[in-house]
Design a protein around this ligand. Structure first.
Ligand SMILES: Cc1cc2nc3c(=O)[nH]c(=O)nc-3n(C[C@H](O)[C@H](O)[C@H](O)COP(=O)(O)OP(=O)(O)OC[C@H]3O[C@@H](n4cnc5c(N)ncnc54)[C@H](O)[C@@H]3O)c2cc1C
Length: 357
């Protein structure tokens, strides 16, 4: 986002800047669950990236990169088009590994890209008009907890009822302090959300999710919150990757094999220090990427990215409250959501230029 915002600096120095993206808009996932429940409108959480780049003298190519040829510095797009670069920055994020569930149906929605949550909201509203739908969330991590809580808000706001179930895998918020799990469980179950721990969905067919212990959970819509992983473009292209398939980069956020390839956010794996897939790191990498991309083009010295060890994470529970976690502090309440809302809105204001969303 920061490089986009400063694209004119590149253009004024005589460089051509091209942004490749699948849609003219980019949605901020941190506020995605709030769009599902209606706390936010889609326009409030998106950036018109096409307009951002074009207003600053760059070019927008609507498409998806499917392969990178590092030796000829060429990007191949799904459309068959190719683009040659001097310096490239990958910020392709992550996706939900939906291939972990064998059957894919129209009633199954991943929590990323965020457009899927907007689609999911429409689907749930349609079902609510017809009766009391059964809504299933697969995954009990941060995204799963937020989706379940915000689905409950959506149902309440419509004055209807729905059965909401979370199949949490090992346990709810397994990667976080135990106190966070307890607070999340209490919040969800107090609202009548059924949370199943110690079990996994093994398949979904004919409107039923089959669990490992053979139990069945009927579901009209399934939200897949199975965690995220980088897209396979880097490994498919033969570039060095970390264990999770993310582009392996050094502390200059530079590919360890191709010094003219950079990357940031969920799609990279920092050499010797793989980071959690959270917005905090993506955000803090912004100024480093901006500086290093220009430095690489002009042969100047690069800056090094030093990740912080601990970071703040606040979950939006959908009931106006949040869970605040900044190890070792974990607490719950309205203030937590208010802090998250203020941080998220500030982030949007930083990059959502007036008239460009
Ligand atoms: C439901 C949910 C809630 C979250 N809440 C929080 C939170 O509260 N706080 C927090 O810190 N983190 C949160 N996260 C994590 C955080 O959103 C991510 O870490 C952050 O969005 C990563 O930013 P990014 O720019 O790397 O990727 P993304 O935001 O995923 O952006 C990737 C972009 O690349 C585009 N793209 C993908 N593939 C290609 C391709 N092949 N070619 C061209 N373009 C491509 C995509 O369309 C997208 O525009 C949440 C995640 C989810 C799923």
């Amino acid at each position: 986002m920061m490089t986009l915002l400063h694209a004119r600096d590149f253009v004024q120095r005589g460089h051509q800047v091209t942004l490749v993206g699948p849609t003219p808009y980019h949605y901020y996932s941190g506020m995605g669950p709030g769009v599902l429940s209606g706390i936010y409108r889609p326009e409030e959480i998106r950036f018109h990236v096409q307009k951002m780049i074009e207003d600053r003298g760059g070019r927008f190519v609507q498409g998806k990169v499917v392969r990178i040829d590092g030796s000829t510095r060429t990007l191949h797009l799904a459309s068959g088009e190719s683009l040659v670069y001097d310096v490239a920055s990958f910020n392709t994020g992550s996706e939900v590994p939906k291939d972990r569930l064998p059957v894919v149906s129209d009633a199954m929605l991943t929590v990323k890209p965020i457009e899927k949550l907007i689609e999911g909201k429409g689907l749930v509203l349609e079902l609510l008009r017809a009766g009391a739908p059964r809504l299933l969330v697969v995954g009990g991590g941060a995204a799963g907890v937020e989706i379940a809580g915000n689905l409950h808000r959506l149902v309440q706001k419509e004055g209807r009822t729905a059965a909401i179930t979370v199949v949490a895998g090992k346990r709810v918020l397994a990667a976080f302090p135990e106190k966070m799990r307890r607070l999340a469980l209490k919040s969800l179950t107090a609202r009548g959300i059924d949370v199943i721990e110690g079990d996994y969905v093994s398949r979904f067919a004919d409107g039923r999710a089959r669990l490992n212990d053979e139990r069945e959970v009927p579901a009209d819509v399934v939200f897949l919150a199975l965690g995220v992983r980088p897209s396979p473009i880097f490994s498919d292209s033969g570039l060095p990757t970390g264990e999770d398939g993310g582009l392996l980069v050094n502390h200059y956020l530079q590919s360890v094999a191709h010094p003219e390839i950079f990357g940031g956010g969920d799609c990279i794996s920092l050499e010797g220090n793989p980071l959690d897939k959270v917005g905090v790191y993506a955000f803090r990498e912004n100024p480093i990427l901006l500086h290093n991309l220009l430095a690489a083009l002009e042969g100047r010295e690069m800056n090094s990215f030093q990740p912080q060890r601990e970071y703040l994470l606040i979950l939006n529970l959908g009931d106006g409250k949040g869970i605040f976690c900044r190890r070792p502090w974990v607490w719950h309440g309205r203030l937590a959501f208010r802090i998250k809302d203020a941080i998220d809105r500030k982030f949007m204001r930083t990059f959502q230029v007036s008239g460009e969303h």
